[in-house]
Design a protein around this ligand. Structure first.
Ligand code: XUL
Length: 511
């Protein structure tokens, strides 16, 4: 059996799969807001609303809590023979010179938080929701020019780890100097599991603006422009298909067998590429989570001419492309709550009460600074009187604008006949039918909503025991429902696209 973990923005999830029987044996989750409210998951240490950090003790406490829940509910942890994982992308963890010794001698009688807290050289971890590094991005663009995007797959990007490291090194040079190891959330979690500093995989490493995707090594010129002495602080970069260590004896208390291999952790989106069965080019995936993302395997390597999309390593080899929309499910939830309606109304009824195209009424819910397109002016931007409109009209205006934005900003990747959808909002018939109509593509849902944790378990099964991805996909990620595009909707959304672009451009001007 194989364990997949996903340390995301709002939760830590576990999935245990048994490829011999094709069954999901156990699932468990720790919800950060309700289970561990003492450790904030997204806050601003300085008060700047563009800054978003997490308390890294959260991830340690969540790991102990998740494993104790799995043990207490009788999950067969003793039969796990490989562990994989994924983390929210771009977030970084800063450790001092004592970290290696502390990780290597974890005492099962004490908690991870107690033991590891003293080795953080930075008390907080910037996460992917942070957009406070515009000036560091400008520095990197000035220093490296277009080669930054050509080589790393992304232009200088606020939430990416390189600009975040630069900001830390400028604002707190002594704490930066005391930092001997900088991990991503993914490699940090894998380091805790193995009790040693482990490498960063290409999938998540490409979300740093530091990894040269042509050489698959840290780019010396970009590192030099980012922060002093950075190479010595970074773990090596390796393919995702690498066993990075064995499970630390600390975790025996939860019932694990000794020495279980731990496979390199990757980013949540690269893991979802595997977990949705989209490792090969041809299928696109829309993940409707805290952020909405659109991604697909990419062959050959190419970059977004508009500079909004990214290229990451594909865990199965080669590359994937991704476009990220920050205002995803949290924005939808806020609109639903403000409208005073339940999920059934939001997911279904609102779409029955309103026509496709919403009579041209669109609204962009950019309550947080948006990533795609990059807009720092927060707020709701509508082309009609939003507050006076009926709840159903407001809901369709938001969902259609989100889907049209996805269509516009993923055009560089190409057209797809089939899109697979994952994440919490993939339960909404209204959203799925709208997606099918806007893209004029078949939309499929899959059996498991937590596709990142599933993908991590599939990666572990592939690397440790040689299970093929095709067989794993048919067993664990079959399509369960499909939505066909309505041909009558094609001209409606072709016209809506123009209306959408007018709205987006008008907000950009506020910019
Ligand atoms: C991707 C991104 C987000 C996070 C969410 O670039 O920033 O999707 O990975 O966890």
């Amino acid at each position: 059996m194989f364990l997949g973990l996903d340390s995301s923005t709002q939760s830590l999830k576990a999935v245990i799969i048994d490829p011999m029987t094709g069954t999901i044996v156990s699932r468990a989750a720790v919800q950060f807001a309700s289970d561990l409210p003492e450790y904030p998951a997204a806050f601003s240490p300085s008060g700047d609303p563009l800054e978003k950090h997490a308390d890294p003790r959260l991830w340690l406490a969540a790991l102990d809590l998740l494993f104790s829940r799995l043990r207490d509910t009788g999950a067969p942890l003793d039969r796990v023979i490989g562990i994989g994982g994924s983390g929210q992308q771009h977030g970084s963890v800063y450790l001092n010179a004592d970290a290696a010794a502390v990780l290597a001698s974890l005492d099962a009688g004490r908690s991870l938080v107690d033991q590891i807290t003293p080795v953080f050289s930075r008390a907080t971890s910037p996460i992917w929701m942070d957009s406070s590094t515009s000036s560091q991005c400008a520095d990197l663009t000035d220093a490296i020019g277009p080669l930054l995007q050509t080589n790393t797959g992304s232009p200088a990007t606020e939430r990416f780890t390189g600009p975040q490291i630069r900001k830390f090194s400028q604002q707190n040079p002594s704490a930066y100097a005391a930092t001997t190891r900088i991990h991503l959330v993914s490699s940090f979690m894998a380091s805790v599991l193995t009790g040693s500093h482990v490498p960063i995989d290409y999938g998540d490493g490409s979300g740093m603006n530091l990894l040269n995707l042509h050489t698959l090594t840290w780019d010396p010129d970009i590192l030099a422009a980012t922060a002093p002495g950075l190479l010595d602080k970074l773990p090596p970069a390796v393919p995702t298909h690498t066993v990075v260590g064995k499970l630390s004896g600390y975790f025996s208390k939860y019932g694990f067998a000794p020495g279980v291999p731990v496979v390199a952790w990757t980013g949540d989106n690269p893991a979802s590429l595997i977990g949705t069965g989209a490792a090969r080019p041809g299928l696109a995936v829309v993940s409707l989570g805290t952020s909405d993302t659109f991604f697909a395997a990419l062959d050959p390597y190419r970059i977004d001419p508009d500079g909004c999309g990214h290229v990451f390593g594909n865990p199965a080899g080669g590359f994937m492309c991704l476009t990220c929309f920050k205002n995803g499910s949290l924005a939808r939830e806020r609109i639903r709550e403000e409208a005073g309606v339940d999920h059934a109304f939001f997911d279904v009824t609102a779409f029955e009460l309103t026509p496709a195209g919403n009579d041209g009424q669109l609204a962009l819910p950019w309550f947080e600074a948006e990533i795609t397109p990059p807009v720092l002016t927060t707020g709701l931007h509508a082309n009609f009187d939003f507050t006076a409109a009926a709840p159903a009209t407001r809901i369709r205006a938001i969902v259609e604008a989100q889907m049209l934005s996805m269509r516009v900003h993923s055009r560089w990747i190409g057209d797809f006949d089939t899109i697979r959808v994952t994440g919490g909002a993939s339960r909404s018939n209204g959203i799925l039918q709208t997606l099918a109509n806007v893209f004029q593509a078949q939309v499929e849902t899959i059996a498991v909503p937590d596709s990142a944790a599933l993908g991590a378990a599939m990666i572990a099964a592939h690397v440790v025991s040689g299970h093929g991805y095709d067989a794993l996909t048919s067993a664990f990620a079959p399509a369960t429902q499909s939505y066909r595009p309505g041909p009558a909707a094609a001209p409606v959304y072709a016209a809506a696209m123009t209306t959408y672009l007018d709205l987006e451009n008008s907000v950009h001007h506020l910019g």
